[in-house]
Design a protein around this ligand. Structure first.
Ligand code: BGC
Length: 252
């Protein structure tokens, strides 16, 4: 595999699928096609660990024995312990996820919040590469994920997707899932994004917003409808960002 490249395995746990691939850390690219398995309906720690192990086993024979493994989860991760579970089984709350994955895989793993991983990937290799100011990477999917990056340093677990917006948890109004669930037009959804991003910029005064998540592939449908003082750009790494960021953080 890939000559002398620095390699780590990244695995991204999402609402609909769990995906993994080896990552070339020098270039921030996937070295093989992603291996994907549907997220089990009952997304308990044991169920997700079994799927993650299956994905890892698909690659480990071709990885160096000491290759780092990074795994994302859509919740707060404090020192390896998962603290919140907005869109996964509530059994995750306070479970020692990093230890569980390491035990199941038989290798040391790093567990990180999914948006933090995507943010680090965009900062190191993607749309915010080398940016020195305050960058807010937002992932619009089942929920809203946030990565805060200042002068290249990640401030982890910023759960600003749950800000209160017009009396609602913001992600229930403005995540991509809200557009699907409520059958909103692009313009209707963009109006909610406008409220959300204006609120964020009034609180944090970022230098750049990066918009990720699957829907960012169609950013031309909604980004031009937003009027913000902060530059706002689509993510570049698309659905590989979580994998790449998890791998990069595991190797740090
Ligand atoms: C969770 C975050 C996560 C985001 C994106 C939110 O519901 O609270 O931790 O990053 O969804 O998956």
């Amino acid at each position: 595999m890939a000559g002398t490249a620095r390699v780590a395995l990244g695995i991204d746990i999402g609402g609909s699928g769990i995906k993994g691939a080896p990552v070339d850390l020098d270039r921030g690219v996937l070295l093989e096609e992603r291996f994907k398995i549907d997220t089990p309906k009952h997304s308990t720690p044991e169920a997700l660990a079994a799927v993650v192990a299956e994905i890892a086993n698909n690659f480990t024979d071709r990885l160096p024995a000491d290759a780092p493994i990074g795994i994302t989860i859509p919740g707060v991760v404090q020192h390896g312990v998962v603290r919140t579970a907005a869109n996964i089984d509530k059994k995750w709350i306070d479970s020692p996820g990093q230890w569980l994955f390491s035990e199941t895989l038989g290798r040391r793993c790093l567990l990180v919040n999914d948006a933090d991983a995507a943010g680090v990937a965009e900062l190191r290799y993607g749309a915010a590469r080398g940016h020195d100011g305050l960058v807010i990477v937002t992932t619009l999917g089942t929920g809203i994920g946030i990565a805060l990056l200042h002068k290249g340093v990640l401030i982890p677990n910023a759960e600003l997707g749950h800000l209160s917006l017009d009396g609602h948890d913001a992600e229930t109004r403005a995540a991509a899932s809200a557009r699907d669930r409520e059958g909103l037009s692009w313009a209707q959804w963009a109006a909610r994004l406008q409220r959300y991003y204006s609120y964020l910029e009034s609180l944090l005064w970022p230098d750049l917003f990066v918009v990720g998540g699957g829907v960012s592939r169609r950013s031309e449908k909604f980004l031009p409808l937003l009027s913000l003082r902060t530059p706002i750009v689509p993510a570049q790494l698309q659905n590989a960002a979580g994998i790449i960021g998890a791998a990069a953080l595991a190797a740090d």
